[in-house]
Design a binder for this molecule. Structure first.
Ligand code: SD4
Length: 337
């Protein structure tokens, strides 16, 4: 009630007032808010915030937000990203709104914005998921242009490098937290990214939640391999009564525990976003035993109060949080091993 009154007051002041309000006190809901995985999250949050700050819908924010990352060539997500082991970039993405509507595409080639195709699947078809050539055919029919199949410069180099050993081995996803600054996304010391995904969850001024997740998948993966990112419940889950969560890292191990759904269900049981993420990570570690040290998984989550948190298996995962014009910052994920 208090929240509603405050929003109505803001309405009379004009929506730009939202940009200054951000968060009030611990007892009140922090909204709007957007959080996303990894250092690219800063730029993606900024785009999402531009929608949220003027009262826009969380669904639009999470789509526009991750489109920034999908667009950035020489980054780790989208058409500029690392290819599969046969040399093709294949993209996976999903999106979910406050009404449990969801859409997903996987194994999609030569389309710049898989998240937008996922949204069209959600809005224009009776289905949740389209894959491969069918997803591409749908995208073209919806007016998305067919992009070049050529690899970006950085991906070409990385692929040539990988071909030397052609070692089929998942790489542990980490960033160089040491060099972390609020507005400079991190890379490893050699200047390379070694992760491939952005997941974003947001709550708008109306208190509605949405989320998106988009990836080129694990670098140099087996052709046809899908991870968690396009799978609702694994890479992303939103329940407008409770909260929203998204995942990054080794998708196989996120799928194994229906990771993002698990995080949201743990929040339903009363856990904070951070503790819910921690419990989900613990579940993976329990399953993997000593081999957990060879993988990375990170979860981030928000709840209906606008509280946020993240947890990962091992050091080097971070996430970006934004809830005001001047509050868009990185948080190193707490880790367990
Ligand atoms: C996958 N979860 O395809 C993705 C990879 C990832 O940072 O998150 N990389 O398994």
């Amino acid at each position: 009630m208090l929240e509603r009154r405050r929003f109505l007051q803001l309405g009379t002041l004009g929506l730009s007032a939202l940009s200054f309000s951000g968060f009030k006190s611990n007892s009140e809901t922090r909204k709007p808010i957007v959080i996303s995985t990894w250092g690219e999250g800063i730029a993606a949050n900024k785009a999402a915030w531009n929608i949220l700050r003027v009262g826009g819908r969380a669904l639009d924010a999470v789509e526009q937000g991750v489109m920034v990352t999908e667009s950035s060539l020489n980054c780790c997500v989208g058409l500029g990203a690392n290819p599969d082991r046969d040399g093709y970039v294949t993209l996976d993405s999903c999106i979910m709104d406050e009404n449990a509507n969801c859409g997903s595409v996987a194994f999609l080639e030569r389309i710049k914005h898989p998240v937008s195709v996922a949204r069209r699947v959600m809005e224009k078809t009776p289905h949740v998921m389209l894959v491969g050539s069918g997803a591409q055919q749908f995208a073209l029919a919806q007016g998305f242009p067919l992009e070049s199949a050529e690899l970006s410069e950085s991906a070409k180099k990385a692929y040539e490098n990988w071909l030397i050993k052609s070692e089929y081995k998942p790489v542990i996803n980490i960033e160089n937290s040491k060099n972390q600054t609020a507005f400079a996304p991190n890379k490893l010391e050699n200047g390379k990214w070694n992760h491939d995904t952005i997941g974003m969850v947001a709550m708008d001024a109306n208190g509605n939640l949405s989320g998106s997740c988009t990836t080129s998948g694990m670098g140099f993966k087996m052709r046809g391999r899908l991870g968690d990112s396009p799978i609702i419940g694994a890479g992303l889950f939103v329940d407008n009564e409770i909260g929203a969560a998204t995942a990054t890292g080794q998708g196989e191990d996120v799928i194994r525990i229906c990771g993002s759904h698990l995080v949201v269900e743990l929040m339903r049981q009363g856990l904070s976003p951070e503790n819910a993420c921690k419990k989900a990570v613990e579940r993976i570690i329990k399953i993997k035993g000593t081999s957990a040290k060879d993988i990375q998984v990170g979860f981030i989550a928000i709840n209906k109060k606008g509280e946020y948190g993240g947890y990962c298996i091992q050091k080097g995962f971070d996430f970006a949080v934004c809830y005001a014009d001047d509050k868009n910052f990185m948080i190193p994920g707490k880790f367990l091993i």
